[in-house]
Design a protein around this ligand. Structure first.
Ligand code: HEM
Ligand code: NAG
Ligand code: NAG
Length: 321
């Protein structure tokens, strides 16, 4: 039953997958092994450290929201995107660079860093027991990377209105917002980004009243008032490396970790979507998220892409040619 569903989902997605000028299998004749090389690279890092999957998924999101999905997040240099505050915690750059150097030996100058990011994000979700999908490819790498433009990225302090606006500015609706933030079913944050919720959230110096009381005690134990701010905290308290629907159950139960995650429950539209994904008919609703997440990812992966003769194919992902 589940197998049949997955096949159905994959076929529907293949049909839907021609997005703009991207197409699935863009490299099938120019570099037939491209997708397999990315996959085996992600797999080898994942075997050593399964949490790398979350890093790679987030990397692609941060790439797409600034200058479009064009690999601009990978560029190094004093004024590059990578140095902007919201990007300081990004990880997985070495995986992309490793895949790139293998691709350069197999098919020099053919596969863009932007496409490697999109493929690695897909493979990361798949390896974390999430859904898989065909990734439309053919992105070209950008030549601009400016830390000043990173203000497009959402902040964990953003209200639900601001979150909606920032996604709408990229052509993503409220449903896409909730679906994509479901990515927080894997990965981690750090005490420094949530401590204010635990001790000094309100003007009277109390914790965020929307935090579930028993979870509040757990978080306070994990992140003491004057403790180490760099200590990691799972974004999904129940299953940090499993791509499942428990993130939505957490939001429903007041167990969201980031303030922005918990705010998805404040608003009637986003609450409705959280509710649907979190619902209690376990298997079926899990599949609903598994069906919608790939669709939303394909949409996000198409933001302001450069194709055809725009941009370039970088030789090294951290440097403009
Ligand atoms: C309103 C939107 C969003 C906000 C405010 C937000 C914010 C954050 C923050 C603050 C962290 C923790 C960073 C750290 O402690 O170093 C994080 C981690 C993460 N985010 Fe988001 N995010 C949003 C949407 C998304 C989307 C759309 C995706 C992907 C589709 C995503 C994927 C991830 C992943 C996988 C992690 C864990 C990274 C790791 O373990 O290294 N996020 N996010
Ligand atoms: C709590 O936050 C306020 C500002 O929001 C700040 O003035 C005050 O010093 C903080 N108190 C503690 C104990 O950190
Ligand atoms: C608090 O979280 C637990 C699960 O950890 C849940 O069973 C309970 O319903 C939550 N309480 C509220 C008020 O949502």
């Amino acid at each position: 039953m589940e197998g049949a569903w997955i096949i159905f989902v994959m076929i529907s997605i293949m049909i839907l997958s021609v997005q703009g000028q991207l197409k699935t299998g863009f490299y099938s004749s120019s570099c037939p092994k491209a997708e397999a090389i990315v996959r085996s690279t992600v797999e080898s890092y994942f075997k050593r450290d399964p949490t790398i999957a979350a890093g790679l998924l987030r990397l692609h999101f941060h790439d797409c929201f600034v200058q479009g999905c064009d690999g601009s997040v990978l560029i190094t240099g004093p004024s590059a995107e990578r140095n902007a505050l919201p990007n300081l915690g990004l990880r997985g750059f070495e995986v992309i660079e490793d895949a790139k150097s293998q691709l350069e030996s197999s098919c020099p100058g053919v596969v863009s860093c932007a496409d490697i990011l999109a493929l690695a994000a897909r493979d990361s979700v798949d390896l974390s027991n999430g859904p898989s999908w065909s990734v439309p490819t053919g992105r070209r790498d950008g030549r601009v990377s400016l830390s000043s433009q990173a203000s497009n990225l959402p902040s964990p302090l953003d209200s639900i209105t601001t979150q909606k606006q920032k996604f709408a500015a990229k052509g993503l609706d409220d449903h896409d917002l909730v679906t994509l933030v479901g990515a927080h079913t894997i990965g981690q944050t750090h005490c420094q980004f949530i401590r204010y919720r635990l001790y000094n959230f309100t003007t009277t110096g109390n914790s965020d009243p929307t935090i579930n009381q028993s979870f509040l005690l757990q978080l306070q134990t994990l992140c003491p008032k004057d403790g180490d701010g760099t200590k990691p905290v799972a974004l999904d308290k129940d299953s940090q490396t499993d791509f499942d629907v428990s993130f939505f159950k957490n939001v429903r139960d007041g167990n969201g970790v980031l303030e922005s995650d918990q705010r998805l429950w404040d608003d009637a539209d986003t609450r409705d979507v959280v509710q649907k994904y979190a619902g209690n008919i376990r298997g079926l609703l899990g599949l609903r998220f598994n069906f919608n997440f790939p669709k939303a990812m394909i949409k996000m992966s198409s933001i302001e892409v450069k194709t055809g003769t725009d941009g370039e194919i970088r030789k090294v992902c951290s440097k403009i040619n």
